[in-house]
Design a protein around this ligand. Structure first.
Ligand code: 5AD
Length: 366
């Protein structure tokens, strides 16, 4: 086994990044295993140094704010880890009206947000027609804001229409790039191939695309994580969403192992080194399992935070996992406190649109 300096190229972030970008399957799995299971605290901080240096090269100390609106908790899918899965009869279902969604954006705009992330389960009530109307209303009212959609798998045609209506970005975590692993986490009618195809379609249409996965999801191994890294390297997404898996009491994985934040932090740093220009959120899930989880994430290369802009009375009902934080500093109304914490940790809260470094928008049809 190589020395620590050999692993991260101590103080040589570009070289380490190059190594991750050349690694084959087994070397990738071995690097991931090493950092998750064997590395010393010094080696981990060396890795974080590499990640921070690369983030700073493109984004400085900025941490970008996005307002998250969870507009429907209905979902037609059965993802076995998720509290919103169709077969969870205990889940509370709600849908925001068009007026409520636009109203939450208006509130967000007044608070200073320039990106709205509209997220929901796969809710067929929201047809292309309804969604396009919502997106174009938001873009007409707030032309200086970006709209991000996170509404699951749809047809290429639907993605195209939403893009033409003004949507800028799309988040669709691939969840795992390993076929056998994917099968263990999802109902038989879902497919990894289709999910990956959606991501390629979105990219080709011109969206800024976000993929991603949970850390310590059931049956995850260093080999499946290596597949995730190889897939990210091929897709070259503009954003990557990574958060810890947190069991939900009404799912088959209710009693599953509850991970420590450190593992997510290591994987955030590795993803930053793999894709230096990526926009990388320190997720709510990370803030849920560790009160300083997000600060730890920023120190390991994360540079996005997504305060909750949903109607406060709905936040608890959008229950992907247990004990989701939603009333403290992560609430959009309390963003000043979150901004204060970010400053205290040595970073600069940034309320601009926060496009990827070097981003050149493609011409739209209309
Ligand atoms: N723990 C952590 N994250 C979860 N997600 C779904 N269920 C859980 C859970 N139990 C994540 C998925 C999904 C995103 C919206 O939330 O990765 O893509």
């Amino acid at each position: 086994m190589q020395s620590a300096a050999g692993k991260t190229g101590r103080s040589r972030p570009l070289e380490f990044s190059g190594r991750l970008n050349r690694a084959g399957r087994s070397e990738m799995a071995e690097l991931i295993r090493y950092f998750l299971e064997e590395a010393s605290p010094e080696e981990i901080s060396d890795l974080a140094f590499c990640a921070e240096t690369l983030r700073e090269k493109y984004y400085g100390k900025s941490v970008y704010f996005r307002g998250l609106i969870e507009f429907s908790s209905y979902c037609k899918n059965d993802c076995y880890y998720c509290g919103l899965q169709r077969s969870n009869s205990k889940a509370r279902r709600y849908r925001l009206s068009e007026e409520e969604i636009v109203g939450r954006c208006a509130l967000g705009r007044r608070l200073g947000f320039r990106t709205f992330v509209l997220q929901s389960g796969e809710d067929m009530y929201f047809t292309d027609e309804r969604l396009c109307r919502i997106v174009s209303r938001i873009k007409t009212l707030f032309p200086d804001c970006a709209v991000t959609l996170s509404i699951g798998e749809r047809s290429r045609d639907s993605y195209r229409r939403l893009y033409d209506a003004g949507a800028d970005r799309y988040l669709l975590r691939h969840e795992t790039a390993d076929e056998a692993h994917y099968r263990k986490l999802h109902a038989p009618e879902m497919s990894l191939r289709n999910r990956m195809q959606c991501l390629y379609d979105l990219k080709e249409i011109g969206y800024q695309v976000g993929a991603g996965f949970m850390v310590d999801s059931p049956y995850q191994t260093c080999e499946t994580l290596a597949e995730d890294f190889l897939f990210l390297r091929e897709l070259q997404p503009e954003m990557v969403g990574i958060g810890p898996f947190i069991p939900h009491k009404d799912t088959r994985f209710a009693d599953y192992y509850h991970p420590a934040a450190e593992r997510t932090v290591i994987l955030l740093a590795l993803v930053r080194c793999l894709l230096p220009k990526v926009l990388l959120p320190a997720t709510t899930a990370l803030g849920t399992i560790d009160p300083f989880g997000r600060e730890k994430g920023f120190r390991a290369g994360a540079n996005v935070v997504m305060p909750n802009l949903s109607p406060p009375e709905r936040r608890r009902e959008y229950s992907l996992y247990d004990h989701k934080i939603c009333t403290g500093d992560e609430a959009a109304e309390c963003f000043q406190r979150l901004a204060g914490r970010i400053r205290k940790a040595g970073f600069v809260p940034d309320f601009s649109r926060g496009d990827p470094a070097g981003w050149r928008p493609r011409a739209r049809r209309n």
